[in-house]
Structure formats: C-alpha cells, structure tokens
Design a binder for this molecule. Structure first.
Ligand code: FE2
Length: 527
C-alpha cells in the first residue's frame, strides 16, 4: 500500500514515515499541499495523511483536490488544531478519519489500517457492480451470487454505521467537556470539574490529577475523586517515581488492562497495588509536561481499553490548555492585585496616621482565621481583601482624614462611602471576585447597625466579621489626630464590650486567644 504524508513540519512527516514503514507500507512525504498535488498526479496513492493548517493549499482543500484527481484515494487528517468543529468539517469534506496532535501511535496505526480496509471494501463493491452484467452466468445463479454479496455489503455497512454513531457520540461528549472546562479559570474548580466530567463518561472507582510543582520539582495531587480521594489529595511524589514518572518520561499514556498479568510491573509492585486496571495520561502543552491524569478501576469491574485511552488523551489535551490558561490568569491576577496594593500603600504612606494599617489588618485577620480553622484558600482571599479594604479612600479629600475637629454630616458621609467606593474600584478589574464583598462590608456590624447594607449575624460572611474585628483593633491601637493610641488591654476590653453588638463574639474570642495578640502584648510590655 502506498501512502503520502503531507505536513509543513518535516519532523512530523519523518516521524509518521518511520512509524508506518515498520508496518510494511510504502511511504512518501511532502512538506506542502502544492507539491503533494503534483505527486498525487504522478503516482497512484492509496492513502493521504495530511496536516490541516499549511501554507498554500490547506489540508481540507488538498483532500478535495486529491479526491477529484484520484477518487479511490482515502484521507486521514492529523492536526494540532483539534476542535470538534474542525473534526466535523473534515468529515464533511470527505476525510475518512481525523486524529488530533499530539497523536497516539497506536491510534495512528489503527486509523491507517482501518481506513485502508474500508478502501478495500469500497473497491470490492465497485467490482461487484462492474460484474453485475449476467454474461455467461445463468440468471438464477447470478441473482443468488448478487444477493449474497448484497447481504455481506449490508453487514459491512451496518458495522461502519455503528462506528460512525459511536464516533459522533464521543465527539459530542468531548465537545461538552471542552465547553465546560474552558469556561473555568479557578484551578481547583477546573480540575474537580474535569474529573466530574470524566467520571460522568467512564464510571471509575478513583480518579486524580497530579500537577508538576516547578518550584519544588515534584508532583502534587491537586484533584482527586473516589474512595481514596482524601488519602491522596495534596500528596507529593518525586518526578521520576511511580507510574506518573514513567508517563512523564515517555510523554505518552500508560494503559494497564490487568496489573496481575502486566510484565511492566514487577511482582513486588503488583502485590503492593490494590488496583487492577488503570490509565495514566500526560498533560502536555507543546513541549511542556504539566502533569498527569489518572483513572483507576472501572466500577463495572471491566478493564480499560484503547478507546478509553483515546478518550482520556483527548480530554487531557483540553485540560492542558485550560490548566495553562488558569495559571496565566493567576499570574495576571497577582500582578494586578500587586499593582492595586502598591496604590493602597502609597495612599497610606501619605497619611501618617494610616501608615501600615492595611498590613496590620491583614496580619490580625490571618491570625484570627487560623484560630477559627479557616481554609488556606479562604485565608488568601481574606489576606488580599484586608490589604485592599480601604482602597476606596482614594479620591476622598485629605483634609477630611486629617481634620482634628469633629466631622460634619457631609464629611462623615464622604468617609463612610469608602467601603462602597472600594468595591467600585476593584470590581471592574475582574479580579478578587470572592474578596469584594468583604471590602464592601468591612464597616458592617454584627447586630445589623453598620453600613452600607446593614447586614448582620450569619448574613455577614465570616471573613467580613473577622476583618471588622481586625480593622477596629488596629484603629484603636493606632494614633489618631484626635487621640493617643489605646493600650492593648483597653482595646480588647472595648472589643469585648461591643461583642454581640458590633462584633461577632466567636471572632472576638478567637482573637483573644490568638498568637499575634500574645506577641503584640509582649512587645507592648517591653517598649
Ligand atoms: Fe475602613
């Protein structure tokens, strides 16, 4: 069988050539659609394997022209621009199969074999039609032979149709999963959603995603579902260890149908494994390995197969893009938050009495949150919101803050507007979405008598209740134009006096027992 491979990347052409030469095919290569057309005119090829995006004649146009020149030629599209739309469009324009880069070697070989087999059947059918003149055969014998051939053809057609329906369903599923995961930017949410979607398609006992921590140079299990999820979540592993290490080294998936009979695993490893069948696929973007995705044991008890590997690899390529997007978004978000924080620092630096206030609020809030068992994720939100809680003071005339006399009503209303202004400044940036409500609410009271929304009790989020205690404590223990700073015990007495009114009693208690308060008290006694 003679095959023409067309790709503007010579490396890809030669790779496919080497892979298929070993299967006994005769392979020619071409690096452009125009040259490929000249070769097709000169030589009788059975199969064309082409890239989609190429300078000059692109993949789909090349296939159309090749089929006009040589109707028996079959075509497989191999492309890095793998979208469902591309796949559907390719199938519409006479492409016999479609493989996404980075391709799986087994998948490529299977596709070539299947496509050439289909071609053989089609040619045999044409031959039947050519033989349809009775000639020397008797009419009865001819009819019998014809009906036998039609029966075989209908069987083959039913089989092809079944495969097409299966492929169509897979494309639909992949499309749905792609849409879902590419719309999420929060890494934890993204990874957990991804595992949900995979579990929805292949019911498995356990699944996990391990990402490479480039600073610590090791895998970290960032998402996990199933009966062992709590055991493995957050665990780390060296990059050269275990199945994940093998996947990363080989840059290709590992399928284990039944570990007891798999020669790649030693007896020692087999006895240690509680799993029977699994797939581990790499998360790759360009040349970078981001991590691995693992699915372990089907609930049905059946083993994983090549179809599952192809499905997981396709999903893995989508997840890789989404993971990278999420990381880039995080960097962008951190840069933007840093920029706004430095703006807030500048603002405080201009006011002698406010200097260091936001840093202190962040420090006290974090310590209270720690006592109250707030998650790391929530503590990060609290840290950023605390650092920016007074950003709304930008634009409020300086003389109002530094006025030694009592503020009039208008001036007081202007000051009070800063919590809402803070929300208005941060919101359009599109970052710190979960922290904005704490910035808006940092002057609310536990009994609902605060501003701007008069929220109280459980309607006031815990992080906001923490921030109000931290904010008030630092305000009381800092010097103001109109008074000296309060001593720590006096400030704590005030917090306790207002406990249940302005402040959540649980938060005040947590602060009273916090490490930071002990440290501040010791410092106060020394100086
Ligand atoms: Fe404030």
């Amino acid at each position: 069988m003679r095959i023409l491979v067309v790709d503007d990347e010579p490396r890809i052409c030669h790779l496919i050539k080497e892979l298929l030469k070993g299967e006994g095919y005769q392979i020619d290569v071409s690096f452009s659609g125009d040259d490929a057309m000249e070769m097709i005119k000169r030589c009788d090829y059975h199969l064309l394997i082409t890239d989609l995006k190429m300078p000059g004649i692109e993949g789909i146009e090349l296939i159309e022209k090749a089929k006009q020149e040589c109707p028996e030629i079959r075509a497989i599209m191999v492309t890095g621009y793998a979208t469902v739309d591309t796949a559907v469009q390719s199938l519409r324009y006479g492409v016999d199969d479609f493989i996404a880069k980075p391709f799986n070697i087994t998948e490529l070989k299977m596709s070539v074999k299947q496509t050439l087999h289909t071609r053989k059947i089609a040619l045999a059918n044409i031959q039947i039609l050519k033989d349809s003149k009775p000639r020397s055969l008797g009419v009865k014998s001819y009819e019998q032979k014809l009906s036998e051939k039609i029966y075989i053809m209908s069987e083959q057609l039913a089989e092809v149709n079944k495969k097409l329906v299966q492929r169509d369903n897979e494309l639909d599923t992949i499309n749905e999963i792609s849409k879902a995961i590419t719309s999420v930017l929060d890494m934890d949410e993204l990874l957990s959603l991804c595992l949900n979607e995979i579990n929805g398609k292949i019911k498995v006992k356990h699944s996990s995603i391990m990402l490479i921590d480039e600073i610590r140079n090791e895998f970290v299990v960032r998402a996990s579902q199933g009966h062992r999820s709590m055991q493995v979540l957050g665990k780390t592993q060296k990059l050269d260890e275990g199945v994940a290490g093998r996947v990363v080294r080989g840059k290709k998936p590992i399928l284990v149908k039944d570990i007891r009979f798999d020669s790649r695993f030693s007896r020692y490893e087999r006895s240690d494994y509680k799993t029977k069948s699994f797939i581990s696929a790499p998360l790759i973007l360009g040349q970078n390995i981001l991590g691995v995705i693992n699915i372990i044991d089907k609930i049905s008890g059946k083993s994983f197969c090549e179809t599952d590997v192809n499905f997981l690899c396709t999903i893995a390529s989508q997840v890789s893009v989404a993971v990278e997007n999420s990381r880039l978004y995080k960097v962008l978000e951190e840069n933007c938050i840093t920029m706004v924080k430095s703006l807030a620092d500048d603002l405080e630096a201009q006011d002698l009495y406010m200097s260091g206030h936001s840093q202190n609020v962040s420090k006290y809030s974090s310590s209270i949150a720690s006592v109250m068992g707030v998650s790391d994720k929530e503590r990060n939100i609290l840290r950023d919101a605390s650092l920016l809680h007074d950003i709304g003071k930008i634009g409020i005339p300086e003389f109002i803050f530094n006025k030694p006399d009592k503020l009039n009503n208008t001036e007081f209303d202007t000051i009070k507007s800063h919590s809402v202004r803070g929300e208005e400044i941060i919101k359009p940036l599109g970052f710190l979405k979960e922290g904005i409500r704490h910035i808006r609410g940092h002057h609310e009271h536990f009994d609902g008598s605060g501003y701007p929304d008069r929220l109280g009790g459980e309607d006031l989020p815990l992080l906001t209740r923490i921030m109000t205690v931290a904010d008030s404590f630092d305000a009381m223990t800092s010097e103001r134009t109109y008074r000296q700073p309060l001593k720590i015990d006096k400030a704590m007495s005030e917090l306790k006096r207002m406990s249940g009114k302005q402040f959540d009693p649980k938060v005040v208690d947590a602060f009273a027992s916090s490490e930071i308060l002990k440290m501040e008290s010791e410092l106060e006694m020394k100086y």
